[in-house]
Design a protein around this ligand. Structure first.
Ligand code: UD1
Length: 432
């Protein structure tokens, strides 16, 4: 079992290059099978979730060619299998994007029903509502969700909850429906815009992505394209909070500063300096961090995917902060781990009451999920002594060369494979 061994205490200083957005790439890769022509996708992050999705695309019969670490070429003309293997859904929930993509192109699809996951129960009723509104039949039987239609017709749809996944899934199906679809109360995340831009570059006619009303004029078919994925705002934000927690000075490069506004404004409230340029943001924090309050919300609100990372920084700030998680019910699992490092956090329902402490001390902690895992690494970087972060397989789902990028900023972090390797570290204190 791989884990990180971190010797904390060094402020992170320097520049770090941010990769392509994982969540945008997942939607784009699924949508890439919607044409029979060849699609080239650039700036893919080289992370486990993306690699699994590429395998899933080969698994249904498409041709997938990895040109280099960050570029893939996909041709969906050879797809013969409209049913996705359970193994893929188990590894990556976003495999459900094949429902919208295949329903649009082939008017039929079948994927295993995704269950809940570590961060909470994750219903897909809004996806189903959208497919049905387009005229598809949807059945759930034997653990599978299958959908088919003789024809898909444009519709006027109102989502009951703001959902990134449902917005993308229904948008893909509607792109190849007959007539116009209007989706109201759509999610506005940057990756919705990126998937819409990608589909438009293949000949779709989608307007309004990035607002809560998206208008999709169906087209009969899509064509080839070459497309570059947007930068990952969550990866960028993670490094920005790592800078704050370690009182460092970090410039995240290759970002879209507008996508980072919720993060930047919280950092300013916490007493950090934030300087934006065209495609970079510098964060530097001297002196004590200050407390603040926040609630996670759909974009442009504060992202739930950044909640654990800011909470780690707040746990080292002066005063008491209140963090409310309004998107997923199980996103405070890292709190018990952080408490082992000396944090003072009380969770009541969907609220964490965080009373800042002057310092953390190293301990063995385990990643409960992707973002919480990254947050525990930040805690280790800020802590006195050594921290061992276990279950880093979660972190590898979404962060490319995480330890390497952190080392580039002066962090002392190693990835070790087994217990034997750990013995080479000289711990100045017992790590338990
Ligand atoms: C996406 C992101 C995930 C991020 C989340 C919220 C991807 C691959 N994943 O997940 O990293 O944390 O957005 O920003 O892009 N809901 C329903 N019914 C539905 C769908 C969702 O009730 O049919 C609820 C969910 O339980 C949740 C909320 O809506 O409370 C938001 O979920 P959603 O935006 O769909 O998240 P995902 O697309 O799964």
């Amino acid at each position: 079992m791989e884990r990180y061994v971190i010797k904390g205490g060094n402020p992170l200083v320097g520049e770090v290059e941010i990769g392509g957005a994982k969540n945008a790439a997942l939607g784009i890769l699924a949508a890439s099978i919607m044409t029979d022509e060849t699609v080239t996708i650039e700036n893919l992050p080289d992370v486990n979730d993306i690699n699994v999705l590429l395998e899933a695309i080969s698994g249904i019969g498409a041709k997938v060619e990895r040109i280099d670490r960050h570029t893939a070429r996909i041709n969906g003309s050879t797809i013969t299998n409209f049913s996705l293997d359970y193994e893929f859904m188990k590894k990556i929930r976003a495999s459900y994007y094949f429902l919208g993509a295949m329903l649009g192109k082939y008017k039929r699809a079948e994927v295993p029903l995704p269950g809940g996951c570590n961060i909470g129960s994750r219903p897909i009723d809004q996806h189903i509502k959208g497919f049905k509104a387009l005229g598809a039949e949807v059945n759930i039987e034997y653990g599978l969700i299958s959908t088919q239609a003789n024809r898909l017709t444009g519709t006027h749809l109102y989502f009951d909850v703001v959902s990134v996944g449902a917005t993308i899934n229904v948008m893909m199906a509607a792109a190849l429906a007959e007539g116009t679809t209007i989706m109201e109360n759509a999610a506005k995340e940057p990756h919705i815009v990126d998937v819409a831009n990608f589909l438009n570059s293949m000949g779709a006619n989608i307007k309004g992505a990035g607002t809560d009303v998206i208008r999709i004029k169906g087209v009969p078919r899509l064509h080839k394209t070459t497309y570059t994925v947007i930068p990952d705002q969550i990866e960028a934000g993670t490094f920005m909070f790592a800078a704050a927690a370690t009182r460092g000075d970090v410039t995240v490069k290759n970002v879209i500063p507008k996508h980072l506004e919720a993060t930047s404004s919280k950092l300013i409230e916490m007493g950090c300096q934030v300087e934006e340029s065209d495609d970079a943001v510098r964060v530097y924090c001297k002196g004590n961090l200050q407390h603040t309050h926040l609630k996670t919300l759909p974009y442009p609100g504060f992202p739930t995917d950044m909640q654990p990372q800011i909470s780690v920084a707040l746990a080292l700030a002066n005063g008491t902060s209140i963090v409310t998680e309004s998107i997923f019910e199980n996103r405070f699992k890292y709190v018990d781990e952080l408490s082992r490092m000396g944090a003072n956090i009380k969770v009541e329902g969907n609220t964490a009451i965080i009373t800042g402490v002057p310092r953390f001390s190293g301990a063995i902690v385990s990643s409960p999920d992707l973002r919480a895992g990254a947050a525990l690494v930040i805690a280790g970087l800020a802590a006195d002594g050594h921290t061992i972060v276990e279950d880093i397989v979660y972190i590898q789902r979404g962060y490319e060369r995480f330890e390497e990028k952190l080392r580039g900023l002066g962090a002392e972090i190693d990835r070790v494979e087994d217990d034997k390797e750990i013995t080479k570290f000289k711990f100045q204190h017992p790590v338990a």
